[in-house]
Design a protein. Structure first.
Length: 229
């Protein structure tokens, strides 16, 4: 007589939830290490055919594995979400603290036309995998009472990093910043008063194929030649 089959110890594993949300178009996901299991389930199991906007968020005290070490992947769930959803999502948004810890170059390629990112995060990236981006929305953290001229030059200095990226389809960069939000018309910059470094900063934005605007679509600056007589 054969012995009864052995019964496995412990309860059976809980199956991953199969969730279908056909009308959901916007989703916010925490990419903290402690929430990696949920993020993985969302990436692999949830059916989200209408999802177009994906907002990646982490807390201030999040711990990541990458500490300025090239070639080391950090926040695997963030990478997985872009890898699995990036083909259908048209606008990924990466909030401030997360952007400081997730350089763009570690994310997998995705044909997204619009990216919302944090200005300072550009300095930590060596490239961008989103070469199809036509609209780049960048948050620049400045006090509301900061001088307008200072805000414009700071934006231009930070945007110098874009010259290192391959962005053949980039048409518009939107800067979200308190002092720039108040701009009602292009700020005039006298081209004759610029030094060599300043000229290099404004040159990429002289061409009509790329626009640099605030959240209201107002062009940040225009170059003029004032009468010095």
């Amino acid at each position: 007589m054969s012995s009864p089959s052995a019964v496995a110890d412990g309860p059976p594993p809980t199956p991953a939830p199969q969730l279908e949300l056909p009308s959901l178009h916007c989703l916010q996901v925490s990419v903290d290490d402690v929430n990696s299991s949920l993020a993985t389930v969302i990436a692999k199991q949830w059916q989200l055919p209408s999802l177009t906007s994906l907002y990646l968020q982490s807390t201030y005290n999040s711990t990541f594995t990458l500490q300025n070490s090239p070639g080391v992947t950090l926040s695997p769930c963030a990478t997985l979400l872009i890898q699995t959803r990036g083909q259908s999502v048209t606008m990924p948004a990466i909030e401030i603290w997360t952007a400081c810890h997730i350089p763009l170059h570690i994310l997998p390629p995705a044909p997204v036309p619009e990216l919302v990112y944090y200005m300072y995060g550009l300095q930590k990236s060596t490239s961008t995998p989103f070469t199809a981006v036509s609209s780049l929305v960048l948050l620049m953290d400045m006090d509301r009472d900061s001088p307008l001229t200072k805000a414009i030059w700071r934006a231009l200095e930070q945007l110098r990093k874009l010259q290192d990226y391959s962005l053949p389809k980039l048409e518009k960069v939107v800067i979200l910043s308190w002092p720039l939000d108040e701009l009602k018309g292009p700020h005039q910059i006298d081209i004759r008063l610029l030094d060599e470094t300043e000229r290099l900063l404004v040159d990429p934005w002289k061409q009509e194929t790329r626009k640099l605007v605030n959240r209201n679509g107002v062009q940040l600056f225009t170059l003029v030649e004032t009468d010095q007589d």
